[in-house]
Design a binder for this molecule. Structure first.
Ligand SMILES: *[C@@H]1O[C@H](CO)[C@@H](O)[C@H](O)[C@H]1NC(C)=O
Ligand SMILES: *[C@@H]1O[C@H](CO)[C@@H](O)[C@H](O)[C@H]1NC(C)=O
Length: 446
């Protein structure tokens, strides 16, 4: 109890300090943006063709501007697309990471504007989106993830290069959250930039993975329980499987390595064991993703191809992951290369630069692409738990798309299933689903 009180006093002190700093920052920022506006206006007033001298002067100004404002300050562009469900607006700079709570009620996002936003997902259909803004003092979060119980969130802080855990405070009426309280700051461990973070669904461990070859498992109090050298030359991506059994990493070497994290019957950590590898790419794997029940993994490689593996295997009996499908994508940019797989594993989305493309896992064919989704390279792709929506980030807005390709693939498979020998009750139910899906898709005929 005493500890709680002194904590409260500390939080109050921090809050007052934070408020003052925020106030000052606000004024600095306001002054800066006014100055920017003025610069923009005067640039607009300049005649278009004013000789080479002027041009170099202008380009000097532009490059100076670029130096002052890294890509994080990229402005969001006006964007419309028939599949766009909504755009979530609130962050003032590039969004770096997103996650849905396991109960599906909230999306959480973080940005280098030093904020974390909570978005109620039931609000996506409304014109106005409610959100809760949480400030990260003197630093910003590069990664954010929900705790499995949807009551806390975990961030990775950029400057301090460490993990921090925040508990969400419920509103007094019990509906929604009013703010958050910092619970734990993990000790700084990684020397290089952390490129991935995850938590197991059973809450037994948190994984962090740096740009070099180290991968670390922590307990929730911030104690290191295991250190793994990935031997990938350098790491590109790390994930905890949704089933909580595996951790995996990819990097400069072409194989994705998968380990099993073993606990004994009383829940004590035992070991990290090599499980299996996803092989076949000719170059480093830039990104990979598990589907919702960890039975499929999609990989995206620098060799310009993607692969989908069946990982529903008993590796202890010597079974290897099976390649289900592979295909090519256009690696158009050094940045923004990500992959997502739909919860059921029938569809993948690849991004490169500011473009996203949808591929059917069954046929391997590209079933649709959307260009210029963001004004900067895409930073993350995320399916909602139903797979009906795909979310993207890449500037200060989050785009929520209807997964139209997913609906079309579902329709085709429903129609195909009618041909098999089914009871008439079953056929009626499928027919119902077909007409519902068709009715929904009519709105998106283009
Ligand atoms: C689990 O491991 C811990 C520590 O390694 C040990 O103390 C405990 O007895 C083990 N429990 C079982 C059920 O094996
Ligand atoms: C279809 O299923 C029913 C029972 O489920 C069976 O009696 C019938 O022989 C099956 N027909 C074919 C063509 O397989």
């Amino acid at each position: 109890m005493v500890e709680v009180e002194s904590n409260n006093a500390l939080i109050l002190t921090l809050a007052i300090g934070g408020a003052i700093v925020a106030f000052i920052l606000y004024f600095l920022r306001a002054a800066k943006s006014e100055e920017e506006n003025e610069q923009q206006k005067s640039a607009d007033r300049k005649p278009q063709n004013n000789g080479a001298a002027k041009n170099t002067e202008e380009s000097k100004q532009i490059s100076k501007k670029k130096q002052n404002h890294p890509r994080s300050e990229l402005k969001a562009v006006a964007f419309s697309h028939p599949w766009l469900y909504t755009s979530l607006k609130g962050h003032s700079s590039t969004i770096l990471s997103m996650d849905f709570s396991s109960n599906g009620k909230y999306l959480i996002s973080c940005s280098d504007d030093r904020s974390v936003f909570l978005w109620p997902s039931k609000d996506f259909s409304n014109k106005e989106h409610k959100s809760l803004r949480i400030n990260i003092e003197f630093d910003h979060a590069t990664k954010v993830t929900w705790s499995p119980d949807s009551k806390a969130f975990i961030i990775h802080k950029s400057v301090e290069n460490c993990v921090e855990v925040y508990k969400l405070n419920k509103k007094s009426d019990g509906h929604g959250f009013s703010g958050s309280t910092k619970l734990t700051t993990f000790p700084k461990h990684h020397i290089d930039e952390v490129i991935a973070m995850g938590i197991s669904c059973n809450g037994k461990f948190i994984m962090t993975c740096s740009k070099s070859t180290d991968l670390v498992l922590w307990d929730l109090k911030g104690q290191i329980i295991a250190n793994v050298d990935t031997y990938l030359m350098s790491n590109n991506c790390g994930r905890v499987s949704p089933c909580g059994r595996y951790i995996a990493a990819s990097g400069f070497a072409p194989d994705v390595k998968v380990w099993e994290v073993v606990f004994n019957k009383s829940g004590d950590f035992q070991a990290v064991n090599r499980a299996f590898e996803l092989q076949g790419h000719k170059s480093g794997v830039l990104d990979f993703a598990f589907n919702c029940d960890s039975t499929r993994v999609a990989t995206l490689s620098k060799d310009g191809s993607w692969r989908v593996f069946d990982t529903k295997i008993d590796y202890k009996k010597g079974e290897d992951p099976r390649l289900i499908q592979s295909g090519k994508f256009e690696l158009a940019s050094q940045e923004g290369n990500h992959i997502a797989i739909s919860p059921e594993g029938h569809l993948i989305v690849c991004s490169t630069g500011t473009k996203i493309s949808f591929y059917s896992v069954e046929s391997g064919k590209c079933e649709g692409s959307i260009q210029d989704v963001h004004s900067g390279p895409i930073t993350s792709l995320l399916f909602d738990s139903s797979g009906d929506q795909l979310l993207t980030s890449g500037d200060r807005h989050i785009r929520v798309f209807h997964n139209i390709v997913g609906f079309k693939l579902k329709l085709a498979s429903l129609k195909a299933s009618l041909k098999s020998n089914l009871s008439s009750a079953m056929k009626d139910r499928i027919q119902d689903q077909i007409s519902q899906t068709e009715k929904f898709l009519v709105k998106f005929k283009n």
